[in-house]
Design a protein around this ligand. Structure first.
Ligand code: FES
Length: 275
């Protein structure tokens, strides 16, 4: 974990209200693991904002940030070469068990952010299926969508790296504008027999639906697939000093910033998670 002043390499709005920001941070780029996060000091706000690392290159890291308040608005307005104060990498991320070959990734909306880094880290020995659910086609991960030619939307999309080769991408939209109509969890059962491990990032309601599935499978003595999920709650310090992010789990009290943000789905008491 290191606090550094880093330059913004680029900052583009890639989807409505969502920015892809590349930051020159070689020390983090070479050490961050999928699912870990950084915190950014946003203007004069005392509390730093946490962001999952979305992608890495040899010297840079990328964030996929949603403008959701004054802090993220400030960050979204930073220009190339401006310096920002970042701290990381922080927390514990996803892990791939040595014997796992078939990885099922489930993203709800902007929850795609850390899963793209997980795909970058998976080796050629892994088969990956990504289910991405969003309310409408415009909010699906753009690089997986057909390019639309020289329109501004097409140019913006091209700023995002394509998904790694061989990834099976399954879009699901609530309004049916792309892929199947419904929620990501509607089609999840079709892939559970295939998957050796499941990784998810999205809203708590998505995790509740997944936990229900797991409970039903247990009751019916069906195959149980291990599932790691990335949780999001309000944070203070971001590195285990303030206890502001403590959650209750089946294994006792845990600090999300230090013991997570990735946990086994079965260990979380979802009813007690407050965002
Ligand atoms: Fe301070 Fe986690 S945010 S302990």
């Amino acid at each position: 974990m290191k606090q550094t002043l880093c330059s913004v390499a680029s900052n583009v709005e890639v989807m409505p209200g969502i920015h892809l920001m590349w930051i020159e941070a070689p020390n983090i780029a070479c050490s961050v693991l999928p699912g870990q996060f950084i915190t950014v000091r946003c203007g004069d706000f005392t509390l730093r904002r946490p962001f999952s690392v979305h992608q890495v290159s040899s010297r840079e890291i990328a964030l996929l940030l949603t403008v959701a308040g004054k802090g993220t608005l400030w960050l979204s307005q930073r220009q190339t070469s401006e310096r920002i104060d970042i701290l990381g990498p922080l927390g514990k991320g996803f892990s791939i068990e040595p014997e796992s070959r078939n990885l099922l990734l489930v993203a709800g909306g902007i929850g795609i952010a850390p899963l793209v880094l997980l795909m970058q880290y998976a080796s050629s020995q892994h088969q990956i299926t990504l289910i991405h659910g969003a309310s409408t086609a415009a909010q699906l991960y753009p690089s997986a969508m057909p390019k639309t030619g020289p329109s501004s939307a097409g140019k913006k999309r091209s700023k995002l790296s394509p998904l790694p080769k061989g990834v099976q991408f399954i879009p699901v939209t609530e309004d049916g504008s792309m892929g199947k109509k419904g929620m990501a969890t509607d089609i999840l059962p079709d892939f559970l027999d295939w998957a050796d491990q499941v990784y998810a990032c999205g809203p708590v309601d998505m995790y509740k639906a997944m936990a229900e599935m797991s409970l039903r499978a247990k009751r019916s003595n069906l195959k149980l697939t291990k599932c790691q999920v990335s949780l999001e709650v309000r944070m203070g310090c971001g590195f285990g000093a303030c206890y502001g992010c403590t959650i209750n789990t089946k294994k006792g009290l845990k600090q999300l910033c230090h013991d997570g943000p990735v946990f086994e789905l079965d260990d979380i008491i979802l009813q007690e998670v407050r965002i």
